[in-house]
Design a protein around this ligand. Structure first.
Ligand code: IPM
Ligand code: MN
Length: 331
């Protein structure tokens, strides 16, 4: 199969980790009956400085025209780039797996879970106002989006042999919004009698995730709780350096390492590209190229396990390109 892939490298270490990922995907073309047409689009702080907008129309059109997209990272313009992309294209599920990787020190190596974060509404609607000494943001929760995200979580569980879904909320305080979310969540849960359904209040969920991550398989929640808890779970398995993610809708998707643009090391060629490469593996899975996805993930794991090629964040001395070449070779 041939796929059109839109690449949005963005700022800072973005272009470096994106190049590394393309190296791996090009190596994959030699191993599998799979072909990629890569098209690169501008996004982020540098583009805003250059053209006045952080998210040009050509980039929006490129995302729409592609079979799948990879977005690396931007500096200060996340609110003008990835957030509008998520909402504009209705990429309603933000998938954030957390599991320990070999050779990467983890606080809780037994962690193996998926956070399914609602990605289009909640406090991220960015509705509010600021007066000199008071301000507010509105939290918008709809039945449609709540039902859709919880159903996504259950379908994900079903498709991946998971037996339990935990729905996280704060309905004891956010009675209007999370009251609605929880009601929708319960309705959907009834459709899946074979999957255990658990509810947890977000603060307790935070504690439980840290103390007993093995309690969790699939965690579904609203937008900002998912944002916070997915950093918590990334922390359990070694930090954001390794964390991949996917923003997925019904037919458009943008896969994205969770890390930022790391301006302190940008341009030095030492960024760890693993999160971006693992995001590409998730993208392959979404494209139904499951074998190719497994191959890419296994190659990353092999390189980490061998521990001969490591970027400085993992205690090594290797360059981004050397890590990418090692993964390409391990394919
Ligand atoms: C993330 C990030 C973004 C978010 C920021 C950069 C707007 O933290 O992808 O988790 O809050 O969603
Ligand atoms: Mn975040």
């Amino acid at each position: 199969m041939k796929y059109k892939i839109a690449l949005l490298p963005g700022d800072g270490i973005g272009p470096e980790v994106m190049d590394a990922t393309v190296t791996v995907l090009k190596a994959l073309e030699k191993k599998k009956p799979i072909e990629f047409e890569f098209n690169t689009y501008m996004v982020g702080d540098a583009e805003k400085k250059r053209s006045g907008t952080a998210l040009p129309q050509a980039t929006i059109d490129g995302v729409k025209a592609a079979d799948a997209c990879l977005f690396a990272c931007v500096g200060e313009t996340a609110k003008e780039t990835i957030l509008p992309l998520r909402q504009k294209f209705n990429l309603y599920a933000n998938l954030r797996p957390a599991k320990a990787y070999p050779g990467v020190p983890a606080v809780k190596p037994e962690t193996d879970l998926m956070i399914v974060r609602e990605n289009t509404e909640g406090i991220y609607k960015m509705i509010g106002d600021r007066q000199p000494r008071s301000a507010f943001n509105v939290r918008v929760i709809t039945w449609e989006a709540s039902e859709r995200i919880v159903r996504y979580a259950f379908e994900y569980a079903k498709a991946n042999g998971k037996t339990k879904v935990t729905s996280v909320h704060k309905s004891n305080v956010l009675d209007y919004t999370d009251g609605l979310y929880l009601e929708a969540s319960r309705e959907v849960a009834k459709e899946y009698p074979d999957i255990e359904y658990q509810e947890l209040i977000v603060d307790a969920a935070g504690m439980r995730l840290v103390m007993n991550p093995e309690m969790f398989q699939v965690v579904v929640t609203t937008n900002m709780f998912g944002d916070i808890l997915s950093d918590v779970t990334a922390g359990l398995v070694g930090g954001l350096g390794m964390a991949p993610s996917g923003n997925v809708g019904d037919d458009i998707c943008i896969f994205e390492p969770v890390h930022g643009s790391a301006p302190d090391i940008a341009g030095k060629g030492i960024a760890n590209p693993a999160a971006c490469i693992l995001s590409a593996a998730m993208m392959l899975d979404w494209l139904k190229e499951e074998q190719a996805a497994d191959m890419v993930e296994a190659a990353v794991l092999k390189v980490l396990e061998e521990g001969k090629v490591k970027t400085p964040d993992l205690g090594g001395k290797n360059k981004t390109t050397e890590f990418a070449e090692a993964v390409a070779k391990a394919l």
